[in-house]
Design a binder for this molecule. Sequence first.
Ligand SMILES: NC(=O)C1=CN([C@@H]2O[C@H](COP(=O)(O)OP(=O)(O)OC[C@H]3O[C@@H](n4cnc5c(N)ncnc54)[C@H](OP(=O)(O)O)[C@@H]3O)[C@@H](O)[C@H]2O)[C@@H](O)CC1
Ligand SMILES: Nc1ncnc2c1ncn2[C@@H]1O[C@H](COP(=O)(O)OP(=O)(O)O)[C@@H](O)[C@H]1O
Ligand SMILES: [K+]
Length: 496
Amino acid sequence: MKPLYSVAQIRDIETTALASLPPGSLMQRAGQSASELAVKLVAHRQSPQVLVLAGPGNNGGDALEVAANLGQAGIAVTVLRLAGASTPPDSARALLRARAGGVRFADALPADVDWALVVDGLFGIGLARALSGAARALACAVNEHDWPVLALDVPSGLDADTGALVGPDGVAVRAGHTITFIGDKPGLHTGQGRDYAGAVTLAGLGVELPAQAPAEAQLNEVALFARYLHPRAQNSHKGSFGNVAVIGGARGMLGAPVLAARGALLAGAGRVFVATLDRNPGLDMAQPELMFRDAAGYDPAGSTLVIGPGMGDSADALRLLHRAQGGAAPLVLDADALNLIAANPDLQLQLAQRTGATALTPHPLEAARLLGVTIAVIQGDRMAAARELAARLRCHVVLKGAGSVLARPDGMVVINPTGNPGLATAGTGDVLAGICGALLAQGWPGWEALLGAVWVHGAAADRLVAQGVGPIGLTAGELPAAARAVLNALVLEIGG
Ligand SMILES: NC(=O)C1=CN([C@@H]2O[C@H](COP(=O)(O)OP(=O)(O)OC[C@H]3O[C@@H](n4cnc5c(N)ncnc54)[C@H](OP(=O)(O)O)[C@@H]3O)[C@@H](O)[C@H]2O)[C@@H](O)CC1
Ligand SMILES: Nc1ncnc2c1ncn2[C@@H]1O[C@H](COP(=O)(O)OP(=O)(O)O)[C@@H](O)[C@H]1O
Ligand SMILES: [K+]
């Protein structure tokens, strides 16, 4: 398990740990781990010069420990310190250490130095308000250059709980690496956190994490759905892997259900149907395995349903959605289905009373409509939004976008680490809905199907980027084959 802890939880854990340790020892361990990483990050440079930004609190103390260690190692270190009204005791000790050896202190950002590394120790989990004044100016100055940045605990200015920048018009230090202490934090993995934290390293500092208290959330990983990655029995047939029916495709929007259907087919569904609201095209020449039907008279009995891609908001769409929600078949609700649900309290009620597996796959705008708030509110706390939707509608939810957030009605939250901005192009969400439908059709339970689909979909995009297909110009149509490769590799690795 890769747990993610809220700031409040980290504070509790820290308090317990500090009580049984000599003063300053956690800060020294933080400084030790961070300086080891810093040394690695500058190892390729000759005579590297390192700038250490030290804030007024204990995050600044960590930074001063790093400065002292690097100075001792013979690396040229300059500290720029933003002192507060008072200095906490551990940080005061670290300041004495840094002053005692080999570290230069500057009053302002030295001009014309090409820093091999900037260590950001302005603010960590104690950030209380938006960066302003000197801290804001420093963050902006660092972000304007392409110096490598190592953030201590949390990039300064980022909310470790939510992954949003703190304050209206907020600014944060943009780091390539973040070394985070004691426990990993959700804000480093979703929303703006992914861009600002960069690669995250966890330094536990030898602190025991509470086995009994559940973490706020966890990162998605293969272990969470591995038990459903079976090798196929020799004696299987197409009926063994379920049917998926994709319902959607109003006028001009036929591509959306076709992309979902291709996603479902290549993620292993035995048979895939596309029931269209607009004229039935009869055939997808590029994927002739798909079977087309008219949505109006179509009976999807026996199929897992993916409903919504390109469906529009017509009376027919509403009727089809109502019928789908009324049945017991596993259901993936995407795109226009979500907009119809947002606009119809009856559908919300019906949804909350369903017993079959139900996955909701909103992007932030769809989530905003469903909750009756703005996108800014959703993105301001993505975990809270996903949790609220799952609880209200009693469904499994994935709030999509960088660091997709999955939530269950019981409050469990998982953040997905796979995927990249190559996915920020039309139709990739349709493919995700199709993959999810395929896993459900193959008998995966609702929650694991959503975890698996989101992980595989992101990993497919990562695989394409590694092959040079994207992020620029990656297309949704390329994802199904890549998802197929990822799934088969996983089955070989785990199930085989
Ligand atoms: N305790 C330990 O042993 C360990 C702690 N650890 C480390 O400590 C970090 C937490 O330390 P922390 O609690 O001191 O908070 P920190 O992030 O330094 O910020 C608070 C200071 O900033 C100030 N301030 C806040 N916002 C501001 C703003 N916008 N603009 C200006 N000022 C602002 C605030 O002042 P005030 O709000 O009172 O004005 C206060 O002075 C944690 O992330 C980890 O790195 C690790 O070493 C493990 C061991
Ligand atoms: N920057 C990003 N990083 C990672 N994943 C992303 C990013 N942007 C979009 N995605 C993913 O791409 C998909 C887009 O879905 P959606 O917005 O519904 O698109 P569409 O409706 O065009 O199919 C989602 O799975 C989302 O999580
Ligand atoms: K920091």
